[in-house]
Design a protein around this ligand. Structure first.
Ligand SMILES: *[C@@H]1O[C@H](CO)[C@@H](O)[C@H](O)[C@H]1NC(C)=O
Ligand SMILES: *[C@@H]1O[C@H](CO)[C@@H](O)[C@H](O)[C@H]1NC(C)=O
Ligand SMILES: *[C@@H]1O[C@H](CO)[C@@H](O)[C@H](O)[C@H]1NC(C)=O
Length: 306
């Protein structure tokens, strides 16, 4: 057989494989053209609410989180700064992120404490001015986001979706977003490394929640972490008064908001009947920086955004 002929046969086979691969690979593109398939692939929008505040590791934390969120379809990020004005850092960061977002801000009226003996008392942030500790729990920020979301949903024809409260330094597996889109009313799942435990989780028997394993304040009405539940957004308009409160003690914010939407026994267990961990309550350690004047030859870096 002449060499040239063999080569042509190979070429033909190669082209056939290429064409076949092309068709298989572009299947989703063809699916989009079919209205029936489009309906069945309906994805509820996730409205994630994240309070954030200025600190050295803020941009690092937001970068890590946003690069998770880039992989989440049909996602709307409501990010609320604890500040009197929106900062350039967050505004520019969001603009460049490529995500769907709403940027809000409200300054916390911080509550005063003589010490930070209870490390859980300030779930959002702590700071010290003249030997007085101040603490913020994200109440004002989350409430402003809920108000924005109510106004937004009122304008939408399709109000279906999921509300999720995200911290800016937690770790989220993409699977947690798939799970929360399954909720009817309020769904819950385990949270790793929280409340002094490896994992804090609902206890499930025959597909129903029968208890919780929490050891930190187990008598809370809903002994679960903020990262461990999501709420159907249609319920937000049915409960116009639902909001967080500054009056409750630490660890009760989750119970405060959930009481408007569900009962403990009606929570829907997700993540394979609460046997999988898809979110971890990680916290970024506060970095310690040596002040430039202590260096022999100071190199000024204030012109660089970190
Ligand atoms: C952004 O939001 C729009 C409308 O709310 C939605 O259709 C779209 O899928 C979203 N995009 C991403 C990347 O989540
Ligand atoms: C939320 O509730 C609405 C109305 O009952 C329902 O159509 C929808 O499937 C529920 N779930 C999600 C994720 O929107
Ligand atoms: C959860 O448990 C119930 C009852 O045992 C079972 O019917 C259901 O399939 C389980 N769900 C998942 C996602 O494993």
């Amino acid at each position: 057989m002449p060499f040239g002929k063999v080569k042509k046969q190979y070429l033909a086979i190669a082209m056939l494989i290429f064409v076949l691969l092309f068709f298989f690979n572009s299947k989703p593109a063809f699916q989009c053209l079919s209205p029936e398939i489009q309906v069945s692939s309906y994805l509820p929008t996730i409205y994630a609410i994240t309070p954030t505040y200025t600190r050295l590791a803020q941009k690092a934390d937001l970068t890590r989180l946003s690069q998770t969120l880039m992989h989440v379809k049909n996602f709307h990020w409501i990010i609320v700064e604890d500040s009197e004005k929106k900062t350039d850092l967050v505004a520019n960061f969001l603009k460049e992120s490529g995500l769907n977002y709403t940027h809000l801000n409200v300054k916390t009226q911080a509550s005063k404490h003589s010490s930070v003996l209870d490390i859980n008392i300030c779930l959002f942030k702590t700071y010290k001015i003249n030997s007085t500790w101040y603490c913020a729990s994200g109440v004002e920020q989350r409430n402003l986001a809920l108000k924005w979301l109510r106004d937004h949903l009122k304008k939408l024809h399709d109000k279906r979706g999921v509300i999720y409260f995200m911290d800016d330094d937690n770790t989220y597996a993409l699977k947690v977003f798939d799970e929360m889109r399954k909720i009817n009313k309020v769904g819950t799942w385990p949270v790793g490394i929280v409340g002094g435990m490896r994992v804090e989780m609902p206890l499930v028997t025959d597909g129903k929640i029968t208890g919780f394993n929490a050891v930190w304040k187990p008598f809370r009405p809903f002994p679960i972490d903020m990262a461990g539940f999501a709420i159907n957004s249609t319920l937000l308009l049915e409960q116009p008064d639902a909001k967080f409160s500054r009056k409750v003690q630490s660890g009760y914010q989750e119970s405060e908001i959930l009481k408007y939407f569900t009962k403990k026994e009606d929570l829907e267990p997700l993540a394979d009947n609460c046997t999988k961990v898809y979110v971890w309550h990680t916290r970024t350690q506060k970095p310690s920086i040596i002040t430039p004047k202590k260096w022999q030859t100071p190199v000024f870096d204030s012109h660089i955004e970190v």
